[in-house]
Design a binder for this molecule. Structure first.
Ligand SMILES: Nc1ncnc2c1ncn2[C@@H]1O[C@H](COP(=O)(O)OP(=O)(O)OP(=O)(O)O)[C@@H](O)[C@H]1O
Ligand SMILES: [Mg+2]
Length: 356
């Protein structure tokens, strides 16, 4: 069931097309993330759904009902902001009560609902506290409780974790995801953190300069990026360019300087293409070791090695100024340096080819 239809929506500020002819559908109960670099239009799109920004063109519907013409309080949405937006002069309970008071909910019912909302975000018993007595993570939980208490149809979250330290961010993202699953609420989440997007979302829309670059399941965005931009924005990758030099069985042969790569894909002979090969999919072979069946090998000289404990980031020089980044698990730099020339193996099925 479609919960939200965004239909050819645009928003301009002067000559800036903040959101540029965007269409997408969010399913009921889905955790949907808008991901993209700063200034790509994520907040603007979210604010249009909430009713805090007008559309220049297009329509937004919840189910069959057009809502972009309604004032914010009649849209049945609630929004969590980056900076919490907690009222400092109200207690925790007072903050959570705010939306209920505005809706004229009776005092008795209000108490029950506030207690339930605080329990959901693991803040039972915090109702009488003041905001200045809370940590950043607790403040953000209050903000979430304040949204949940009005039982919105759609929960909108704009970078809610970006003011928290790294450890708390990881904890809170799991909590938010769990809460969303438990309540089966439709959520639209804005972030520029790709790991957060992968960890939390059912589907992700990658935005770039006001447009949607790709909309897909989180794992598909990572594994099968539609464009070089998505491949590079989602994690680290090797983005190389080369020329098609025929086929080898079902694999394309792609010439990159003096080296040749193999990829499963479609392109014409002589065509210039770019392709993405993730560092963690490349395996360095021991001296004399054969690659796994179906894999290809590229020879290289060892470049810089950065030892990070669990993994090492390794740069391989493949000639003509091109580098291949490899993420090696459980490797010591000394082991590599003793080897000199390195054979790097990869699976051609894991290479994503982009045609111009
Ligand atoms: N009120 C406004 N007036 C003028 N320009 C605006 C306004 N709000 C946003 N913009 C412009 O619209 C574009 C999109 O802004 P938006 O805030 O939606 O980006 P964002 O993806 O949320 O970025 P960030 O990750 O930095 O929060 C930017 O170029 C921004 O400068
Ligand atoms: Mg923003």
């Amino acid at each position: 069931m479609t919960a939200i239809s965004i239909d050819r929506v645009s928003r301009s500020y002067g000559t800036v097309r903040a959101v540029d002819d965007v269409s997408l559908e969010v399913e009921h109960g889905e955790f949907f993330t808008l991901l993209g670099p700063s200034g790509c239009g994520k907040t603007t799109l979210l604010r249009m759904i909430a009713g805090f920004a007008d559309l220049t063109a297009g329509q937004i519907r919840f189910g069959n009902k057009r809502i972009d013409t309604l004032p914010p309080h009649r849209r049945n949405t609630a929004m969590v902001f980056q900076n919490y937006a907690i009222f400092p002069n109200l207690t925790v309970g007072g903050n959570v009560a705010y939306g209920l008071r505005a809706r004229g909910v009776a005092e008795e019912e209000m108490k029950v609902r506030i207690a339930r909302a605080l329990r959901l975000v693991h803040l039972d018993g915090y109702g009488a506290r003041w905001p200045h007595q809370l940590s950043g993570g607790q403040l953000q939980r209050v903000a979430i409780a304040r949204c949940l208490v009005i039982e919105p149809e759609v929960l909108l979250l704009d970078e809610p974790l970006s003011n928290l330290d790294a450890k708390l961010r990881v904890e809170m993202r799991a909590e938010i995801r769990q809460l969303q699953q438990q309540l089966k609420i439709t959520a639209i989440y804005v972030t520029h953190d790709q790991e957060e997007a992968l960890a939390m979302s059912d589907r992700v829309a990658v935005m770039r300069a006001g447009k949607l670059e790709q909309v897909a399941r989180a794992q598909d965005i990572y594994r099968a990026p539609a464009t070089p931009f998505v491949a590079e924005f989602m994690g680290t990758t090797n983005l190389l360019t080369g020329t098609i030099a025929g086929r080898d069985g079902e694999a394309l042969r792609i010439r990159v300087g003096q080296r040749e790569f193999r990829a499963i894909g479609n392109a014409r002979d002589g065509e210039s293409v770019s392709f993405s090969l993730r560092p963690e999919t490349i395996r360095l072979l021991d001296t004399g070791e054969a690659p796994p069946p179906g894999w290809s090998v590229v020879e290289a000289d060892l470049g810089a090695v950065e030892f990070l404990g669990a993994i090492s980031r390794i740069e391989l020089d493949i000639g003509d100024g091109a580098m291949l980044r490899v993420a090696g698990l459980d490797l010591l730099p000394d082991q590599l340096k003793a080897r000199g020339r390195i054979a790097a193996a990869y699976d051609p099925r894991r290479v994503t080819v982009f045609r111009e």
